[in-house]
Design a protein around this ligand. Structure first.
Ligand code: FMN
Length: 414
């Protein structure tokens, strides 16, 4: 089974990642991976740290001559900032009391982490719980995308809203990706067709040209001002992003066991990203207030093309825990980042038990654009895992054979 593990601290020497059971024969383009890593470091509202780091993947094993070999893949992502932290990250030298942190920052892993692991220096928690770890996940996701590209599966992501601005606030927020064949009124919940297609050429160019990764440029200025204002106030903002995946074959995942469900795994992959507080598939939360007759995506058959299709996609491409051949659409909400530059938050010194204010530490004001890249990678890992469960083999050649046979089987059934 495809799996990966990461290790490394935010200010340590770097991140080490091992990917196990990645098939042989997949072409690996270092520039593609580095491009994704650069996107994770970019975006309006990021802090000074990103100016120090320029992540470049360094393979230690499993990739040779531009192709995966089938052996475990390991890679290193160097923390350039380590040079400034050598003293405080020393492996052996004991740390003086003055350098230790005893004041947990609300919203971080600090409090529960230091109690759970009986650590008398919160730095041990914050170094590992930091979102620096997401660099590893982005590189793993890029590798998964390289594998899935061989089967025409493509990924896109965009920021939908920040700090309450954007589509998330629209009263007619929809989840119908295409015009509904069902024109019946359903009170306030009739959705205007939005046709949000992140693969559309113009939308794709907009996302590419936007420092906020917005699909529509209209709000760019306003949101920048919102972020600038938050910075002035020493505050932070969150937001919502969307990931879409197209050309996923029907039948990844299964209904037969709870932990075989594709939507369940995607939810875990995305929810485990630092600061993500909700994951929606398709219409998501909004589906709770739509009538069944409006929500379900009717099934049609195009004789000429010899394929089934839907006119709507409220299910976000997954029914019964399985991909249904439509675009998989996942939305995630990111909370406002917990480190604030002004002492707004009350906390307690774990040593003295006295009230204190949370300490500011170099931090981002908004990391939603970066999180959208992490989300894309997280979804790519889930899709690759389930793709390999279905078509798995030791090499790309073997997987292609399995895939082609299955596609013949399901088109024969049509
Ligand atoms: C790409 C990315 C960058 C982040 N940058 C920061 C940051 O600069 N400051 C901060 O306080 N939190 C940041 N976070 C969020 C924290 O890491 C996260 O809130 C914290 O680890 C607690 O986890 P939880 O919010 O999932 O409970 C970032 C998250 C992501 C995904």
């Amino acid at each position: 089974m495809l799996r990966f593990l990461t290790a490394g601290e935010s200010h340590g020497k770097g991140l080490v990642t091992i990917i196990d059971n990645f098939p042989a024969g997949v072409k690996i383009d270092g520039d593609f991976i580095d491009g994704k890593l650069a996107l994770r470091q970019s975006g309006y509202g990021r802090g000074a740290r990103q100016k120090i780091e320029t992540d470049k993947i360094e393979f230690l094993s499993g990739v040779r001559g531009g192709y995966t070999t089938g052996s475990p893949i390991s890679f290193f992502l160097k923390n350039k900032d380590y040079e400034n932290w050598k003293e405080r990250m020393d492996n052996y030298k004991p740390f003086s009391e003055e350098t230790k942190i005893h004041v947990p920052r609300p919203g971080h892993a600090d409090f529960a982490g230091s109690l759970k692991y009986a650590l008398d220096d919160i730095r041990n928690v914050l170094e590992r719980s930091s979102a620096r770890e997401t660099a590893s996940r982005v590189a793993v996701g890029a590798m998964c995308q390289a594998l899935l590209k061989n089967f025409g599966i493509e990924f896109a992501s965009a920021v939908i809203g920040i700090g309450g601005m954007g589509e998330i606030n629209a009263p007619n927020r929809r989840r119908q990706l295409k015009t509904s064949e069902n024109t019946k009124k359903a009170g306030d919940h009739v959705f205007k067709s939005n046709n949000l297609d992140l693969f559309d050429e113009i939308i794709s160019a907009n996302i590419h040209n936007s420092e906020l990764r917005l699909p529509f440029p209209g709000l760019e200025k306003k949101i920048r001002l919102l972020i600038d204002e938050a910075k002035k106030q020493g505050d932070t903002v969150g937001g919502v992003f969307e990931v879409q995946v197209k050309n996923v074959p029907v039948g990844l995942g299964s209904y037969i066991q709870w932990d075989e469900k594709l939507d369940g795994h995607i939810a875990m992959s995305c929810m485990s990203i630092q600061a993500i507080k909700s994951v929606e598939i398709g219409a998501g939360v909004i589906s709770s207030s739509i009538k069944g007759s409006d929500y379900q995506d009717s099934i049609f058959y195009n004789k000429a093309a010899g394929r089934y299709f839907r006119k709507t996609n409220n299910a976000g491409g997954i029914e019964g825990g399985m991909s249904n051949g439509e675009v998989i659409a996942v939305r995630c909400a990111m909370k406002p980042l917990p480190t604030l530059m002004k002492p707004y938050l009350n906390t307690v010194n774990l040593k003295t038990k006295k009230d204190e204010k949370a300490f500011p530490e170099r931090s981002d004001i908004c990391a939603v654009p970066a999180a959208s890249i992490v989300g894309e990678a997280a979804v790519a890992y889930s899709i690759a895992l389930f793709f390999l469960k279905k078509f798995g083999g030791d090499s790309l050649t073997e997987i292609k054979r399995n895939y082609d046979g299955y596609i013949r089987q399901i088109s024969g059934a049509a």
